[in-house]
Design a protein around this ligand. Structure first.
Ligand code: BGC
Length: 246
């Protein structure tokens, strides 16, 4: 069976769909419900259950979260409720859904979607995917193999946690034009290039649909391209992970 369920827990919405893991296509309508106020794990878990019920499908299920994930336990909470730190997410979702569940970091999921079906397809070497949103998420791949939980959005440059300087939220908060934002991104990608010498950068997050407004102004030696999947990348990657791990 090549069907799996992907559920993406975000700061404002929780989205889910059934995915064809052979080609990354959504096989159902995407269901999107609001993230409960405060984003506490117990409240989020009820919404995840509701989406699962509505999908009305029995299939391996992947859930992605904006947190470091180790063995099904969420370990960090940069932009979400602190109750997610050391939360037994896998155990909780499995008992709620009565179904095998895989938990993965949201950027790792988005990266997996790109590597299997999008801009990173058949790309070898070191590929770094970054997602520009509320925070900066990252996913690293060596020859297509994910090295999970890289958290490169928190690299410090000039003594600052750089997602606070260069995420899409920072662009909005400081009302930066695309040109000014690109200057900050330039510094960021230059730093990553210096540290990792990757073969490819993929830039995702909702704003990557406007890539022509900022990517051409990032001048580095490494190839840097937009992601193909935008808002569905997390769903597709989470489903893919569930399928591969079943
Ligand atoms: C978190 C990451 C997450 C990223 C994107 C960061 O603040 O630390 O785990 O992937 O935001 O949501």
């Amino acid at each position: 069976m090549t069907r799996a369920i992907g559920i993406d827990i975000g700061g404002t919405g929780i989205k889910g769909a059934v995915v064809d893991t052979e080609n990354g296509q959504l096989l159902t309508e995407r269901i999107k419900l609001d993230t409960p106020r405060g984003g506490k794990p117990d409240d989020v878990a009820s919404v995840v259950s509701e989406i699962y019920q509505q999908l009305n499908e029995t299939a391996p299920t992947g859930v992605c979260v904006p947190s470091v994930v180790k063995n099904g336990v969420t370990k960090s909470a940069a932009n979400i409720s602190h109750e997610w730190i050391d939360y037994q997410a896998k155990e909780r979702f499995q008992s709620d859904l009565g179904q095998k569940v895989t938990i993965i970091n949201d950027a790792d999921a988005a990266g997996l979607a790109e590597m299997r079906f999008g801009s990173g397809k058949q790309r070898d070497g070191l590929v770094i995917m970054t997602t520009l949103g509320t925070g900066i998420g990252s996913a690293m791949f060596i020859n297509g193999q994910l090295v999970p939980n890289s958290e490169l959005g928190h690299i410090e440059i000039g003594g600052k946690d750089y997602e606070k300087v260069a995420s899409y939220r920072a662009k909005e908060r400081y009302q930066l034009s695309f040109d000014r934002w690109a200057k900050r991104l330039q510094r960021y990608y230059q730093q990553l290039e210096m540290l990792f010498s990757p073969d490819l950068f993929i830039v995702g997050g909702g704003i990557s649909k406007s890539h022509e407004l900022f990517l051409p102004n990032i001048n580095i030696q490494t190839e840097i391209i937009p992601a193909e999947f935008r808002n569905n990348a997390g769903i597709i990657g989470a489903a893919e992970q569930a399928f591969e791990k079943q």
